[in-house]
Design a protein around this ligand. Sequence first.
Ligand code: FMN
Length: 146
Amino acid sequence: MGKVLVVYCSMSGNTKAAAEAVAAGARDAGAEVAVKTGFEAGPEDLLACDAVALGSYDAFSYMGGGLKDFLDRAFYPTKEEVTDKPYGAFVTHGGGGRAIGSVESVAGSFKLRKMADSVLVKGSPDEAASAQLRALGAALAEAAEG
Ligand SMILES: Cc1cc2nc3c(=O)[nH]c(=O)nc-3n(C[C@H](O)[C@H](O)[C@H](O)COP(=O)(O)O)c2cc1C
């Protein structure tokens, strides 16, 4: 069974709901799933998983501080040890969504391998967005297994 880590930050719940949908999709596809906020997660979580989902709200067109904090703390301790590890990204936003670029850019610095299209959600995920998020989780579960 592959291990999927969902790490996210959320101020008012939209991204938390998105993270839970990604986790549900990964679980339904057979993965062992850990869900943590960026402030809870550490480099050991990134090392231990087989695939990772990175989620944030859009904060002034950049990722939120919780996810940035995790990525900053994880960078040196995981350097060269997570090359090619599969990842997917999701962002909730208020009408912009440009923060996705910052998540993808930093994932590139870690040399993570993008496994699926990033998911952008305006506000709280509705049924259609939840389906996209669950599909992202399922894709990561499959990648984690391989
Ligand atoms: C400090 C702050 C800055 C924001 N900046 C943007 C922005 O630049 N573009 C955008 O589309 N939404 C922006 N938003 C809106 C949030 O990204 C959006 O409401 C998001 O879904 C909130 O997610 P959350 O409920 O997980 O905190 C901002 C919200 C906050 C609190």
